[in-house]
Design a protein. Sequence first.
Length: 164
Amino acid sequence: MLVATHAFAASVAVGLGAVQLFRPTKGDRVHRVAGRVWVLLMLHVAVTSFWIRDLRPGQLSWLHVLSVVTLVTVTLGLTSAWRGRIEAHRRQMRGSWLGLVGAGIGASAVPDRLLPQLVVTRPLGALAALLAVVVGTVLVLLLARVLPEPRPGRRRPAPRSSGA
């Protein structure tokens, strides 16, 4: 069950992160709500990875190093946004998403892992899982559109100027 929630969260985070990165509008309600969900998904993926040791049974692998990096960069990305350092926020979140995509490709490329086996042995199950990921991503985006705006007193500070 842990591997299933890990894979589902990672897959939704890939889709949601792509939407976040390629949407032309940043900083609006949809971006903030979807971003909060994305951060929770990323934290779940990073933390649960420490209990998944399929690549090297009983030991940590390169994917676990990436999990530590993810915990750091996602945290830095959040604090950068809170402090109005938007360019740093962009770099850190983009890097976290690219790391997630790279880890997904790396983990899926190993033939005896669960995902490649699922696609070969149970293609309908793999298709159903893909559909669940798409539906999960769309639901988050729809939810982000209908949630009310935050209270005025909870606005983030304006971005700081980088000049003198």
